[in-house]
Structures are given as C-alpha cells and as structure tokens.
Design a protein around this ligand. Structure first.
Ligand code: PEP
Ligand code: MN
Length: 451
C-alpha cells in the first residue's frame, strides 16, 4: 500500500513536552544528539499510512459492537537482534494459526494486531537495577539502552531511536510481504494447525475443532470459492507509545483528511504506568487519530477510567478506544464488572480486551520471572465470565508470545516445569508464551467463546 506523505506537527508537539509532565522517559545524556536524531525522523516517511490506521479503527469499531474479536500479541520487548526473517515469520505464523481457530469458533472476524514493528521501549518499576555491589540504570528497551549489565550498555543512546525506526521498517516490510504473498493463506495455516494438533499432548481435545475447520475449507473448495481473502491476511502492528521524543517526531497530519496520526504504528497503547490524566502521554494520545488502547491494572479507579474516556474518546466513537484489562486472575472477577457497567452507563462503546499476562507474573525458585499457563487461562476465563454475566462483549486478548520454543512460562500442553525455565529463557523483559502454549491458549479460548 502506498505511503501517504504526511506533514509534521513539530512545534506543537515539542511544546507538549514542556507543558505536561512525562513520566518514564530516558535521561538522554546528550540533548544535541537527540535533536539530530528526532529532526531526521521528522522528515522520514512514516511507517504506516493514515488510510491503514483509519481502516483498523473501522475494524476495532466492529470489536466494540460485538461483531469481531481482537487478537493482539508479540514480544514483551522486541530486540534489534531478533529482527530476523525467521523470528518474524514464526511470530506471524503463530498469530495466524491462533486467529483461524478463533475465527472458526466464534464465527466472527478476528482483527490481527502484532505487538511488533515498534515494541522497543519499556517502562520500569525502578530506574535502577542492582546486581551484587553494582547499581546501574535499568534496561528500558533496545530503543533506549542495551540489556547487558555494564555501565556502557546501560547508558541511553539516542542513536537507538534511529535503529528502532529502521528495525520497525524492516519488520513491517516482512509482515507486509508475508501476509500478501501466500504464506498467510487459509489452507496453509490450517495445515500448520493440523500438524500442531497431531503433535500436541492435548491433541484429542482439539481434534474436533480442527476437523470442523478442515470440513469448512473442503466445503468452500468444493463450492469453487477461491477469493483473494482466502490467500491473504489483514495484519496490523502496535506498540506501547512510550517514548514521546520518538512518537512526536513521527507524527504527521494527513493532507487528505486533515487528521493527525502517529506514523510509528497502526495502534498505540498507553501503559499502566503512564496513564496519568494530567500527563503528557494522555495529552499526546488525545491529539492523534489512530485507534488507541489504555492498560488498566487491578487498582484502576472508576473515576479515572471515566475521565480517560472523556479525554481520549470525547465523541464516544466505537473503535477509537480499547481498554486492556490486566487485573490478575485473582482480581479480574471483582474489579472488572463495575468498570464495564459504569463505562456503558456513560454511553461509551469501548473495546474490552484481556491481557492475562501482566497481573500474573511470579518469580520461580531459580530467580526467573515467569507466569503459569493455568493462571493466564484463568484470568481470560474470568474476563469472559464477567462479560457473559453482564451481557457485554469479551472483545479479545492481548498476549505476550513468541513463535519460538522458549521456556519462559510454566504449564500448558507441553507441561513445562519450573525446573525447565533455564533451558531456553531468552526474553529481554517479561516471560512469553511459546508457540505451543500460544496455540493451547487459542484452542481453550475458542472453547470458552463457544460455551
Ligand atoms: C507491557 O505490556 O509489557 C507492560 C509493561 O504492561 P503494563 O503497562 O500493563 O504493565
Ligand atoms: Mn510485558
């Protein structure tokens, strides 16, 4: 799709940083170097077009109305080293496989959005990290500093913003060519799922759903249905819009519609730590027209949530705003109902999505940060139960996953044990579901939607 040339809103957004407090921003050591990098980004092509962002907003409107499901997933933190064709292909493949299962089970379109092509910046609970006697700045994602625990690596370097742009562009290139080039065809994706079911320990449980999908495909084939849609997939990219220097440099006005768009990705979200009502993130997000999301933790106050709606979706437009709930399996059934009820009473048609990862992180005896698959599943179950009880739409899931066979979360169909964690623990930040665990989640979520 051709990129539109969008004009930059430089001065307005530079002023935003002076007027509103911005938390979780790096301490860039060299302001002149930062300025050089952002000046150049400001004249570069945006990574996504206004038209694509508007299309996704339309898809999200269907989610808000209960006519579609969102599947959003990818790494907690992408790394520059992992921008390889294989890694991107495996993540995409995993998401496409999950999407086919969910589409069939719900008979609804699944809106596919990667946590990809821009997920390089991390908020941290502490600005520093200690190892033995040494205290250094925390790792804030490859967009800011290096993971290696040395003073040199941990020093924020604005040149990394340039690398982030380039890495995001290559990832997006690959995603675009794979999703239109045959890789994402429905029969191909179904064949992968067949392979998964055949190898899975829980195979029998999943087999009937896989059989039904196979029969539907055979039926379509027999009827001579062979449309472009069967051979391609519509896929969007998203990341946390954390680094305002980067995001504002890539923001443009669409000359056709006059609307302002973040040009760094289709959908951006505000994290749990940066959703202050008087902060720079909420202000920036209120000025862009992309579909946006906000994470809500277990202590999100109803009043704050209603004010977020007033700030971010003042016209109550379905598709504009998504709330990603990450309350934890123990809390979700208690905290979610009141948020959903009061939001509905305000006339807002937001999308409700479950992030079952971030409220369920624990530390294993080995010291590895981990998550139990069964707890993750329980939070999703609680989320669906709450919506079923209220007669509202469980709009989908937001998960941290990878297409690789890593050992970062315990449990799931491959029964990963805490002792297995060191075998292949590769995440730069939070533990991700591996390929098998991701597909387990899709099949089990499919059962929940059907119940
Ligand atoms: C994340 O999505 O990786 C994250 C930091 O989430 P949250 O803002 O919900 O803590
Ligand atoms: Mn995370």
């Amino acid at each position: 799709m051709a990129m539109e040339v969008l004009e930059r809103k430089t001065d307005e957004f530079a002023a935003l940083r002076r007027t509103f407090p911005a938390v979780q921003q790096p301490d860039w050591p060299d302001p002149a170097a930062l300025r050089d990098v952002t000046d150049r980004l400001a004249t570069d092509a945006p990574l996504v077009s206004a038209g694509e962002c508007a299309d996704l907003r339309g898809r999200m409107a269907a989610v808000a109305r209960g006519q579609a499901i969102l599947l959003q997933g990818g790494d907690c933190a992408e790394t520059f080293a992992q921008v390889t064709a294989d890694s991107v292909r495996r993540k995409l493949k995993t998401l496409l496989q999950m999407a086919v299962v969910l589409t069939h089970a719900t008979a609804l379109p699944v809106v596919k959005v990667g946590r990809m092509a821009g997920q390089y910046a991390k908020p941290r609970s502490s600005p520093v990290e200690r190892q033995g006697d040494l205290t250094l700045p925390s790792y804030r994602g490859d967009a800011v500093n290096g993971l290696e625990f040395t003073a040199e690596a941990r020093r924020p370097d604005p040149a990394r913003l340039r690398t982030m742009y380039e890495a995001s562009a290559s990832t997006l290139d690959l995603v675009r060519s794979l999703t239109t080039g045959g890789f994402a065809g429905l029969s191909q994706v179904h064949a992968w799922n067949r392979g998964f079911v055949a190898r899975s320990r829980a195979g029998e449980r999943y087999e009937s759903l896989a059989d039904e999908i196979g029969r539907s495909l055979a039926f379509m084939h027999a009827c001579g249905i062979d449309t472009w849609e069967l051979g391609t997939a519509e896929f969007y990219v998203s990341h946390e819009g954390l680094l305002l220097d980067y995001e504002t440099a890539l923001t443009r006005t669409d000359p056709e519609s006059g609307r302002v768009y973040a040009g760094s990705g289709h959908l951006l979200w505000i994290g749990e730590r940066t959703r202050q009502l008087d902060g720079a993130h909420v202000e920036f997000f209120s000025r862009i027209s992309n579909p946006i999301a906000v994470k809500l933790g277990p202590s999100a106050a109803v009043d704050d949530v209603l004010q977020l709606i007033d700030r971010l979706d003042p016209h109550r437009e379905p598709g504009r705003l998504t709330f990603v709930v990450r309350a934890g399996a123990e809390r979700v059934r208690d905290v979610l109902p009141v948020l959903v009820e009061k939001t509905g009473a305000e006339g807002a048609q937001v999308c409700w999505v479950s992030d079952p990862m971030h409220g369920n992180t624990t530390t294993a005896p080995s010291g590895h940060k981990t998550r139990r698959f069964e707890t993750v599943l329980d939070e999703v179950r609680g989320f669906v139960e709450v919506h079923r009880a209220l007669g509202t739409h469980p709009g989908g899931i937001h998960v941290e996953l990878t297409g690789d066979d890593v050992t970062e979360c315990v449990g799931g169909g491959n029964a990963l044990l805490a002792e297995d964690l060191p075998v292949r623990y590769e995440t730069a930040c939070d533990p991700r579901l591996n390929h098998t665990q991701s597909l387990d989640l899709a099949f089990l979520l499919a059962e929940m939607y059907r119940d």
